[in-house]
Design a protein around this ligand. Structure first.
Ligand code: GLN
Length: 457
């Protein structure tokens, strides 16, 4: 009941597209209850969970915050939702997002933007963005409307809003958690993400979700060994600080926080060393090309015929496609489809798409080299975002719109490589807003990654 009350009290933040829980169902949920129960790691009994509105939920609207799917009611559940229900969780509602998960602010939703609860005053028009694209999920956790929430993470969409809203945001290894029922953005990079208030809570949810799924052929076939929270000895851990992540536009406060945590870890006798991921600076451009190509292909299914928006246009099938798609998608989505189709033209295919795939391999190999090569490290420590949560009016300015991709500078390389990463809130900026750092680890290093993250939180 408390969670539902909180969801209703904070409705002006616009975290939810649909609230599904009712008082009757929700009884007995304590908002301060922690999820982590050592002896019963599978149980989410009675725990309130939010789910981003791009996961299919049977008989419950799944809109992707778009006109195209505004009235779409799936006939099946995403695997992650079925597994949460099997573990006893209770869905409080579907969370707001950027349309089709394209964005870093949760500002481009047909239901309006989601507002950051930090420093939010009702009468003040100068509110901060929640980050995105899983901003609704981050706000729902941060306000206590749910104990954990699912987001999706293609280039940082779980970690970015978690960082700006002061909660933990985790992106698993690609293929560890099923994508079945997650409406695709970039199939080769998408993963379901978990947002919660503590690393322990993330682990409890992960242990319910992870593992092979016959409905998603890209899931890792090996059986998943649950992550166990334990005391780890920092003196054995080597943590790399990649020098290329000191990028232009990163605030002094973020840099200081990074140094502060590196010093703390060093004081605890962890080995901290500078490492190089030389292809980091091209990662944003490569990500954009691959993203747009996969978007162009994925969005082709929305033709106004099978499902989704269908306009009244009846002159010809072509015109029906065109009018349904132009009314169904916002500018961001249409621009990406347009750019992706350009990169995929037969005369451009080698020059852009194939080239981007080759460069993606180099970015991925950078991680392999630091984790496996001579002088290797166990984990990497970086900031999650370049600054604390921007004001909405600054974020939507023309200049920032053009720079939008930069928001993902620190987060999207992990998606290119398929490795796990977690954003952990550290302290407050002088604006009174959360500042967070990111830990990344090698493929399937969830156990170490999350145990070290717990030391830092
Ligand atoms: N901001 C990135 C994009 O717009 C990442 C989105 C995501 O991770 N879903 O593509």
């Amino acid at each position: 009941d408390l969670c539902l009350k909180k969801a209703k009290q904070t409705s002006e933040l616009n975290a939810f597209v649909t609230i599904t829980a009712t008082e009757a169902e929700n009884h007995g949920i304590e908002s301060e209850k922690r999820l982590y129960v050592e002896k019963n790691i599978k149980s989410l009994e009675g725990i309130s969970i939010g789910i981003k509105d791009n996961f299919c939920t049977k008989n419950i609207n799944t809109t992707c915050a778009s006109n195209m799917l505004k009235n779409f009611v799936p006939t099946y559940d995403a695997t992650v939702y079925s597994r949460l229900r099997q573990a006893g969780a209770c869905l409080i509602g579907k969370c707001n997002m950027d349309e089709f998960a394209m964005g870093s602010g949760t500002i481009d939703s047909i239901f309006g933007p989601t507002k950051n609860p930090w420093c939010y005053k009702k009468e003040d028009g100068d509110w901060r963005i929640a980050g995105g694209s899983s901003g609704g999920s981050a706000v729902a956790v941060s306000t206590g409307a749910c104990l954990a929430a699912l987001g999706s993470d293609t280039g940082g969409s779980t970690r970015n809003p978690a960082a700006l809203c002061g909660v933990v945001g985790f992106k698993p290894t690609y293929g560890l958690v099923s994508r079945y029922g997650l409406i695709p953005l970039v199939n080769s990079m998408d993963v379901p993400g978990i947002l919660a208030r503590t690393v322990g809570d993330v682990v409890t949810v992960l242990n319910c979700l992870a593992g092979p799924d016959e409905m998603d052929s890209t899931t890792i076939k090996r059986q998943f060994n649950p992550v166990i929270m334990k005391e780890i000895s920092l003196p054995k851990i080597k943590i790399g600080i990649p020098k290329e992540y000191h990028c232009e536009g990163m605030s002094k406060e973020v840099l200081d926080t990074w140094q502060y945590v590196a010093d703390l870890l060093e004081n605890e006798k962890a080995v901290i060393k500078s490492v190089s991921l030389p292809h980091t600076s091209i990662s944003i451009a490569v990500y954009s090309v691959l993203n747009q190509c996969e978007v162009a292909s994925n969005m082709a299914r929305y033709d106004g015929l099978e499902y989704g928006l269908r306009t009244e246009e009846d002159h010809s099938t072509e015109e029906l496609y065109a009018s349904s798609r132009s009314q169904g998608f916002n500018d961001v989505v249409r621009c990406r489809i347009f750019a992706g189709n350009y990169f995929l033209l037969s005369r451009n295919y080698e020059k852009y798409f194939i080239k981007a795939l080759k460069l993606r391999r180099l970015i991925s190999d950078d991680f392999k080299n630091v984790f496996e090569g001579e002088d290797s490290v166990d984990l990497l420590l970086t900031p999650t975002t370049l600054i604390d949560a921007p004001l909405y009016k600054d974020f939507v300015s023309k200049h920032n719109r053009d720079q939008c991709a930069l928001q993902d500078y620190c987060t999207q390389p992990a998606n290119m490589a398929g490795i796990p990463a977690v954003s952990i809130p550290i302290r407050l900026s002088k604006n009174g807003l959360p500042l967070s750092l990111q830990l990344m680890g090698p493929y399937l290093s969830e156990d170490l990654l999350l145990n070290v993250a717990r030391k830092i939180e």
